[in-house]
Design a protein around this ligand. Structure first.
Ligand code: ARG
Length: 394
């Protein structure tokens, strides 16, 4: 019987050498590579496809951008998906990529699934988790053979692969629509200041426009639907905001991150659209949800992000949490105005037909409403909020 394996292929060093290793070291007769487009640069996809067609026995390219937006990014916006303070990016794309690979393996009647992750990072676990549900064998050559980068570079050369990697720019980059992550090389020294060249999506604020940009984002049920009053689908809205936010130097993170296995790692991220949309979304929640809802939802959001970071999207709690979050989003409708300027983002306006904020209750120009005495405060608030929520509008 033909031994077939389906490989999650990115076109990079690790997954490229996997094509050869799967044949040489694991004796597969057929290596099928699957490139899943979750919004990587067109150029990267093109190069990956050329390489795959040259070296693998069969290649699939799957456009999963819309699915990524609708089923992964939108829930992440509703949950203000952040892990240790930065927006989740790689983590939410991996399960989708893994699922597409499994689909192809079933279609091709393959016996095994392969990924090019190392044994140190998070992605191996995210792939393993989804792959293991298929019951097929899981092969991770880089991890299993304990390969190091310098060996990989030499091996790639030997196989006639010119990947353009050199020791001066040895960055390991992962990119999707929502975020770009850069690690490795000198960045592994947490005291080393990232050189400007690692950033591709965002301007150095020093060189960003000297005038701020004012933008308005409108939400319905927690989903962003308009930019400056113009309706845009999720994909175009994100692309537009990545451009605009990047121009103004919004959305850079340089952090020490706690990986799933407990290792600490130095990570650099760019995520302009994600920063803008999550900040706007939170600002709107702040005006429509009650203090108690916000307090509780913050904890739920944290747990959502923790599960998403670990790739545990099939953990039943993930579904339960999403149901709760969706319920809270019924009132997250309205507009947020933001200012983008020299790497800073500020919220400068928010309004909603469901807002619980009422100027007359808080204004210094109005007399204290006699009904609001402290002991009655809670009951009073609950009653007016309840009425406002039931009526739907105020
Ligand atoms: N640390 C991040 C995560 O686990 C991103 C890792 C992305 N990989 C990379 N080669 N840059 O989600």
């Amino acid at each position: 019987m033909m031994k077939k394996v389906v490989l999650a292929y990115s076109g990079g060093l690790d997954t490229s050498i996997c094509i050869f290793l799967l044949k040489e070291r694991y004796n597969f007769d057929e290596v099928i590579s699957v490139i899943v487009d979750v919004g990587q640069p067109e150029e990267d996809i093109k190069i990956a496809k050329e390489r795959a067609e040259r070296f693998a026995d069969k290649t699939y390219r799957i456009d999963a951008k819309e699915e990524f937006v609708n089923d992964y990014i939108i829930p992440s916006i509703k949950a203000n998906g952040c892990y240790e303070g930065y927006v989740l990016g790689t983590a939410i794309a991996r399960p989708l990529i893994a699922k597409k690979v499994v689909d192809i393996a079933k279609k091709e009647n393959a016996q095994a699934l392969a990924h090019g992750c190392t044994g140190k990072g998070n992605d191996q676990l995210r792939f393993d988790f989804i792959f293991s549900l298929s019951g097929l064998d899981i092969i991770a050559p880089i991890r299993d053979l304990n390969l190091v980068r310098s060996w990989e570079i030499d091996y790639a050369k030997e196989k006639g692969l010119n990947l353009g990697i050199n020791s001066k720019k040895p960055w390991s980059i992962d990119e999707n629509l929502w975020s770009r992550s850069i690690e490795g090389g000198r960045l592994e020294d947490p005291w080393f200041t990232p050189p400007e060249e690692v950033y591709k999506w965002t301007n150095d604020p020093k060189n960003s426009p000297k005038d701020p940009a004012l933008i308005e984002i409108s939400f319905n049920d927690g989903i962003p639907i308009k930019l400056n009053n113009k309706e845009l689908d999720g994909l175009n809205l994100i692309r537009e905001l990545n451009k605009l936010g990047g121009l103004h130097g919004i959305g850079r993170t340089d952090m020490i991150e706690d990986r799933i296995l407990g290792l600490k790692a130095r990570e650099i991220y760019e995520h302009p659209a994600a920063t803008i949309l999550i900040s706007a979304h939170k600002a709107l929640e702040q005006i429509v949800l009650t203090k108690e809802e916000i307090f509780f939802k913050n904890m739920v959001d944290e747990k959502w992000s923790d599960l998403a970071y670990k790739g545990l999207i099939y953990e039943p709690l993930f579904d339960d949490i999403n149901a709760f979050i969706d319920k809270t989003q019924e009132r997250v409708c309205g507009d947020v105005r933001l200012k983008l300027f020299k790497g800073c983002l500020s919220i400068v306006g928010r309004r909603s037909p469901y807002q619980l904020y009422q100027e007359k209750n808080v204004s210094f120009e109005e007399k204290q409403n006699e009904k609001v005495i402290l002991s009655e405060y809670h009951g009073y608030q609950a009653k007016i909020f309840k009425n406002m929520i039931i009526e739907g509008k105020n």
